[in-house]
Structures are given as C-alpha cells and as structure tokens.
Design a protein around this ligand. Sequence first.
Ligand code: ATP
Ligand code: MG
Length: 258
Amino acid sequence: MPRAAGLGRAAALGPLLAAHVVAAIEPISVGIALGAASALTGYLSYTDLYCRFAECCREEQRLNASALKLELEEKLFGQHLATEVILKALTGFKNNKNPKKPLTLSLHGWAGTGKNFVSQIVAENLHSKGLKSNFVHLFVSTLHFPHEQHIKLYQDQLQGWIRGNVSACASSVFIFDEMDKLHPGVIDAIKPFLDYYEQVDGVSYRKAIFMFLSNAGGDLITKTALDFWRAGRKREDIQLKDLEPVLSVGVFNNKHNT
Ligand SMILES: Nc1ncnc2c1ncn2[C@@H]1O[C@H](COP(=O)(O)OP(=O)(O)OP(=O)(O)O)[C@@H](O)[C@H]1O
Ligand SMILES: [Mg+2]
C-alpha cells in the first residue's frame, strides 16, 4: 500500500538526515546545536516531526472553519446555499468528538455549477493534500463502475476499500461523483456505512465523511432560480426550503437517480 511505503521512506529519511547534519558541523558548534535540538524536540513531538515528512491521519484535528469560510466565499461564486450548508455541517461534525454517524453531504446541481470544485476545497480543508491525500478517495461512476454485469464485484471491492481505508484512517473522505449514473446496486453497497452503527465488523465509520455529487435535481434548481429572477427577487433570497422538491430526489431515494 502506498501508505506503508511512505512510512518506510520517512523512517529511512530521519536517520539519514541526522547523520548528515552531525557529520557536517564542527565540534565548537555542537553545544549550540544540541541546545537548539533539545529546544526543538521540546516544542515538536515525535509525531509532529514525523508528520512533517509523511502524511498523517489526524482524526482529532479541528477544522479551521474561518479558513474554509473565507476560501468558499472568495472562490465559490454564487452558491450561497452550498456555502452555508457545507460550513454548518462540517463545523458541527468536526467539533463533535463523538458523532453518531458519518457525515454525508450531497451536492446537486447542473453541469459546471462547481460540485467538483467545492468538493476539492472541502477535501483540502480536511486533509491538506486534498484529492492527492491518501485519506481522500474519489470515485467516478462511469469510470470506476462502468459495467452492469460486474456489479457484484464492484460491491465487494468498494465495501472492502471503504472498510480498509476507514480502519487505517477514521476521518477518511469518500467522494462519489456522477451519483445520478451510479447503479442502484452500488449505491446499496454504500448505504450500510452511512447509518447509525457503533461499529460494523469491528470498524467505526462515525468519523468518516461521504460526499455525493449529482446532476439529479439540477433542472429543478435552475427552474427555482429562474422563478426567483422572474419575480424580481434576489438569488441570495433562495432558501433551502424553496428547494425541497430537489432534496426529495436525494440520491438515495430515487430508484433511477434521475
Ligand atoms: N460556482 C463556481 N464558482 C467558481 N468557479 C466555478 C463555479 N462553478 C464552476 N466553476 C469553475 O468551473 C470548473 C468546472 O466546474 P465543476 O467541475 O466543479 O462543475 P460540476 O458541477 O462538477 O459539473 P458536472 O456536473 O459537469 O460534473 C471548476 O473547476 C471551476 O473552476
Ligand atoms: Mg463534476
């Protein structure tokens, strides 16, 4: 696994670096260097130091909510509802030391409205390497689960992948893109992980985050925005309750995910 390889590299890097520094300094500077080193180790724990070289899963790490808010406000244009819901949900979830179930976020909208864009921002604020992180997993329906005749295989592989990754990092993030094109059988394979279970086969999924991106309901959202515009009302006046019909087509409620 890449994570195990990363661990090995970092462990090898530590002694190598130390040897190089010791060999390079002259005896007279050693006293000062030792002083500096002890001050440094007093300040940085081994974990802190280690995590500077290798990516660590810090499941207890708090979310920098103001940084996320600023980033969403500066970069995400015209999506006041998504900004509001995402901020509220993530802050509440990450501040809760004992969540009862994983966080599931479902983003709906027409093509090019920023669903992937916002999921990338969220991922980066949860794990700094974002989509490149070992703890962030992106699945694209048409790419990863394209063949209907292989549904059973996809179900087994996906469940094994989720279980393995949440065992390794409880705060793993899973992003499912093109949910509206995902076979109901694969959706069924994800469902058990999203519920209120203390543990499933010895693994707790309660600190994981699942994000679902979908075009489902995009036409209704656009229609609502158009109705508001025609009525001379501001886009920012649209509230979540105005999109209730959209929310009811939620990716898990609709058999055909249209
Ligand atoms: N609301 C937005 N604010 C700022 N940039 C945006 C926004 N929406 C889209 N973009 C820009 O357009 C690009 C494409 O958007 P993105 O891939 O996130 O759309 P999408 O909602 O995932 O669409 P699709 O349903 O076609 O997959 C983004 O990388 C971003 O640069
Ligand atoms: Mg997209």
